[in-house]
Design a protein around this ligand. Structure first.
Ligand code: FA5
Length: 344
């Protein structure tokens, strides 16, 4: 029995020494010291021994058990330290590695155009005004000289929410709201950028939701020549110093006289596919603020006059960047957007 115990001890210590990780060490502990292990078995057989042998063997079993337990505990500490060291080695940060480049986005072309136009007019002394996209019929139409039932309302097919509430069809209602805030006192000099909505069928040049920038100047002795000079400066800054503008008679109920404004084409008047052979490209609508509009907004039309204009950023961006389909602005194709991600 003594021999058997010594052999068991030697075997167990050998396995403890060979255990490569905590799991293997636990397996050794269960195998040798567990309830069904050989040491317990030896203890169970003690009853068969003589009275003199029993204490001797009992002491030996205890020594063997303690030796194995001690070896396991020591090995456990060693393995735990090794495990922590391994974990630390895995998690260590190599500060000498080069950083990973962070992909930076860029401004959307419509944001770029809007900001460019805003900067340009702010440079001419304008301030920015804003208004709601869900608008009252009164500001969108009536106060702009378009009473209910006026045939010119058909020029802008409208998304109505109720009979009095609609999605604004243009940024012109911001003119009215701003003039009312000024309570009949000039000067007013604003631009109003924002989203507008129309029941237009989407195609290469039309969208049911698009962006406009409105301009309004009201003061004493504001004349058509001021409008022309302002738009000429805008066209030259936006498209190039060699560009010209021309005004064609048009109709808007809120301006009198009204004009469509064309910018000379980049082909220099020779005629190309962009200008459809005419040498001119239509960019915006404008005119002198109708006296009725001034009066309804609380301005004395015998003392004050003004000009207004409205343009669509999508069309301006299409001309400036040579974009052939308005839908590119809304479909978020990265191949399109990345062409504009210049980091300023
Ligand atoms: C107006 O909306 C007037 N409020 C502009 C104005 C303001 C005239 C002040 C006089 C004084 P118009 O409906 O033409 O006008 O629209 C102006 C611009 O919006 C157009 O030149 C065009 O660039 C753009 N636009 C119009 N409809 C669409 C559409 N469905 N999709 C994209 N752009 C459009």
């Amino acid at each position: 029995m003594e021999e058997q115990l010594k052999q068991l001890q030697a075997e167990a210590l050998e396995k403890v020494a060979a255990a490569a990780n905590l799991k293997e060490l636990n397996d050794v502990r269960v195998a040798y010291l567990g309830k069904k292990g050989p040491v317990t078995e030896v203890l169970k057989g003690m009853g068969k021994l003589s009275a003199e042998e029993r204490p001797k063997m009992g002491a030996l079993v205890n020594v063997v058990r303690e030796d194995i337990t001690k070896a396991i505990e020591e090995k456990q500490v060693t393995l735990e330290v090794a495990a922590i060291e391994e974990q630390l080695a895995k998690e260590s940060i190599d500060v000498t590695l080069p950083g990973r480049p962070v992909k930076a986005g860029g401004h959307h072309p419509l944001t770029r155009i809007t900001e460019e136009i805003e900067d340009l007019f702010i440079g001419m002394g304008y301030t920015i005004a804003e208004g709601p996209e869900v608008e009252q019929d009164y500001y969108n139409f009536e106060a702009l000289n378009l009473p209910k039932g006026h045939p010119a309302r058909d020029m802008q097919d409208t998304f109505y929410i109720t009979s009095e509430l609609l999605m604004r069809t243009h940024t012109s209602p911001v003119q009215v709201r701003t003039m009312l805030k000024h309570a009949g006192k000039g000067p007013v000099k604003i631009i109003c950028p924002g989203k507008v909505y129309r029941r237009d069928s989407d195609d290469a040049t039309h969208s049911h939701q698009f962006n406009q920038i409105e301009g309004l100047v009201v003061g004493e002795n504001i004349r058509m020549s001021d409008l022309k000079g302002t738009l000429d400066a805008f066209a030259k800054k936006m498209f190039g110093a060699d560009r010209e503008i021309r005004l064609r008679p048009s109709f808007f109920p809120f301006t009198e006289p009204s004009v469509e404004v064309d910018v000379s084409c980049m082909c220099g008047g020779k005629g190309c596919s962009i200008c459809k052979g005419t040498g001119w490209i239509e960019v915006l609508g404008a005119g002198m603020v109708h006296p009725n509009v001034l009066e309804m907004a609380g301005f004395d039309s015998t003392k004050y006059s003004g000009f207004a204009f409205g343009m669509g950023q999508e069309r301006i961006a299409m001309l400036k960047y040579g974009i052939d389909d308005i839908r590119h602005f809304y479909t978020n194709d990265l191949r399109f957007l990345q062409q504009f991600s210049v980091h300023e």
